[in-house]
Design a protein around this ligand. Structure first.
Ligand SMILES: [Zn+2]
Ligand SMILES: [Zn+2]
Length: 174
C-alpha cells in the first residue's frame, strides 16, 4: 500500500499536473476585502470575508503555468496592486476604493496538517495580491453584504456566516 492509497480522497489534486498531494498547497483564491488605515504608527489592516479557493497547485511552478489562464477565465489580468487607498481595477482600469469591500484575487502558500481539522493551515509565505476589481465590474454579492453587516463590531457576536468566513490579518506597510 503506497502512501497515496492511504490518503484516499483526503488530498489535493494539482490543477496543472493532476498530481495528488497534501502539503504545502499553492493556491489562487478570491475573496472580498478592504483595507483599514489607522493613524501612524499603526499599520493598516486588511479585513477579509468570503474567501474561496479557485485553484490549488502542488508547486509554484505549476501555479505559474496556470495563472494567466485562470485570470483570463475571470476576465482580469494580474496587476499586482498595492494596498490603496486607491488602486486601478484589474478588469476595466477604473479606480477601486480599497477602503470599501471589493473583490480581490490572491495567491497563498500554506502548509496543511490533515490530522487537524481546525487550525491545521499555516501560511508560509507572504500572500501576493494579483488583482482587485471595482464595484462596477463585480458588485459585492448580497450574501457577503449581509455577512459584513452581521460582522459590525458594535453588534452582538455574530452567527456563523453562510458560504464564507471572516478573518483579519495585519500586513506590512507599502
Ligand atoms: Zn502540479
Ligand atoms: Zn472595473
Amino acid at each position: 500500500m503506497t502512501q497515496e492509497d492511504e490518503w484516499k480522497d483526503e488530498c489535493f489534486y494539482c490543477d496543472t499536473c493532476n498530481k495528488r498531494f497534501r502539503s504545502p498547497l499553492y493556491d489562487v483564491s478570491k475573496e472580498f476585502e478592504r483595507t483599514i488605515f489607522f493613524e501612524d504608527p499603526l499599520l493598516p489592516e486588511v479585513e477579509i470575508i468570503g474567501a474561496e479557493t479557485i485553484a490549488g497547485f502542488c508547486s509554484p511552478t505549476c501555479r505559474d503555468k496556470k495563472r494567466d489562464y485562470l485570470l483570463q477565465q475571470e476576465k482580469i489580468r494580474a496587476t499586482y496592486p498595492g494596498i490603496g487607498p486607491v488602486e486601478p481595477c484589474s478588469r476595466c482600469g477604473a479606480p477601486v476604493d480599497m477602503t470599501n469591500f471589493h473583490l480581490t484575487y490572491i495567491e497563498m502558500d500554506t502548509t496543511q496538517d490533515w490530522n487537524r481539522t481546525l487550525f491545521g493551515v499555516e501560511v508560509i509565505n507572504d500572500p501576493v495580491t494579483l488583482a482587485v476589481v471595482c464595484q462596477k465590474c463585480e458588485p459585492t454579492p448580497r450574501q457577503i453584504k449581509a455577512a459584513i453587516e452581521q460582522d459590525e463590531p458594535d453588534l452582538e457576536p455574530t452567527q456563523p456566516i453562510p458560504n464564507g468566513y471572516t478573518s483579519k490579518k495585519t500586513i506590512a506597510e507599502g
